[in-house]
Structure formats: structure tokens, C-alpha cells
Design a protein around this ligand. Structure first.
Ligand SMILES: [Zn+2]
Ligand SMILES: [Zn+2]
Length: 141
């Protein structure tokens, strides 16, 4: 009596949730089934291009969210934006580093502040020394 195969409402419910929304074939227990968090649709991992590696990763990390293709269309642009932002941040980090090194260079330049002036002034002094050896000698005496 109790071993009778169930044909009630429970099997109908199972039937629905066991079928892959992509290929309409049932997702066996040993198959890697993945459920969309938005529409609760079930998919074979291979039907949605999820590798065994990714699947096991998602199994271990319950905080990893997965959305099916049709639901993903809305999410995709968000993730795209996020990756764009990340890229922008990377670029900003890079330019910040560059700026920092430039500032360091400037600091070094400021520390040796008189140097560039000296470089400009030296030829003049040299010229003055060369052109007026007489006056210098006179001043010395
Ligand atoms: Zn499938
Ligand atoms: Zn979905």
C-alpha cells in the first residue's frame, strides 16, 4: 500500500522542478543541476555552460548567486557596469601611482630646489668669470 508509486500532486510538482528549463530533460540527482535565483528555473550545468569547477565552487559557496540566461539579461548590464567600474578603478589606481611617483619626483626637485637655477646661472657665472678675469683679479687685490 505504502509502496505504491506516487502519482499525486507531489510527483507533478517534482516533475516541474526536475526538468531543465533549457533542454526540457529531467535533471538527475547525479547530474549537476543549477537553479536560477530569480525565476527558480532548473538547468543542467552543461546547458548553461557551467564547468564542473564552477559548479563545485558554487556548491561550496552558497553566497554565489547564479541567474539563468533570460534573467541574466537584466543582471548582465549591471555586472558589465561593475566590471567597467573596476576597470576604471584599476586605471585610477595606475594613474594615482603615476601621480604619486611624479609627486615624489617633484619633491626631490623641490628639495634640490636651487639646482635648476644654479644650472642656468652657472654658465652666466662661468661666462662672467671668463669675460672679466681682469675685474675679478682687480677686486682681489
Ligand atoms: Zn538541460
Ligand atoms: Zn531565471
Amino acid at each position: 500500500m505504502s509502496k505504491q508509486p506516487s502519482r499525486g500532486s507531489t510527483s507533478r510538482k517534482d516533475e516541474k522542478s526536475d526538468k531543465c528549463a533549457n533542454c526540457s530533460k529531467s535533471v538527475g540527482e547525479k547530474e549537476m543541476g543549477i537553479q536560477c535565483e530569480i525565476c527558480s528555473g532548473l538547468f543542467h550545468s552543461k546547458c548553461v555552460d557551467i564547468s564542473a569547477e564552477v559548479y563545485s565552487f558554487m556548491e561550496k559557496n552558497k553566497n554565489v548567486h547564479w541567474y539563468c540566461d533570460s534573467c541574466n539579461k537584466g543582471v548582465a548590464c549591471v555586472t558589465e557596469e561593475v566590471s567597467k567600474l573596476k576597470l576604471r578603478q584599476d586605471l585610477m589606481d595606475q594613474s594615482l601611482k603615476e601621480m604619486r611617483s611624479e609627486i615624489e619626483e617633484l619633491k626631490i626637485g623641490l628639495e634640490c630646489g636651487p639646482m635648476p637655477n644654479l644650472m642656468v646661472a652657472l654658465p652666466n657665472i662661468g661666462g662672467a668669470l671668463c669675460s672679466t678675469p681682469q675685474s675679478l683679479a682687480d677686486a682681489h687685490y
